[in-house]
Design a protein around this ligand. Sequence first.
Ligand code: 6PG
Length: 233
Amino acid sequence: MIEAEWWDYDDADEMAEAVAGDIGFIIESALDARGEALIAVPGGKTPLPIYEKLAQARLNWKKVTIIPTDDRLVPLSDEKSNVRAIAQAFLPTGARVFPITSDISDYKLAGNSANAKLADLKFPLDLAWLGVGSDGHTASIFPGPDLDEALNSPKGRHAVGVMPDPLPPEAPFARVTLTRSAILSARTVLITVTGEEKKALLEQAIEDGQSSKLPIGRVLAEAEQPIDIHWAA
Ligand code: 6PG
């Protein structure tokens, strides 16, 4: 049974303030314990105000490495690139920002390229921060031909290239994503969602667990740690 702890907020600003504080604390605890922090953050719109608040935190940012949980296979200069938004928000703090990769046009090769890059980072993550799509995807673990590979890749295979099917109309790209094992090996897994629809979807996915048809349910079903869920109306 997935152990989920929910925090509800009246609006996105209130959630941004609280979640930025929580993530700042996670980073500070990692720095105190190990002298460095490695966190993965989601793309999309929900995280943007949280990036902004978090980047204002007074931390030893030069010891913090930030990677996207997933990215679209587009040039780093493309406004649809997740790592582009992350770099804009966090490079000014002095943090290191690594692309999970976006230099491979062939999505099947993207996973290998990403694994090579990520192999230099000291997993496990201190934080895997996830968003959830209205189709139940998380990171870029989408319904489609690559779902099983993203869910069942062996430990140590941190990333896979995926081709969502159907392609999401707002971002119709091949992608690269952290795998379920990379996400669930994180010391903390935190989810941010907004709106009644996604709250209901996430509650149902958690209730269904392994039998969920939604990628988020399949990812969380194997969680051994409590999942922190922050929801803004
Ligand atoms: C992406 C994101 C994706 C996102 C969800 C939710 O590349 O599209 O990583 O997984 O987290 O789609 O996006 P919103 O928070 O904008 O609804």
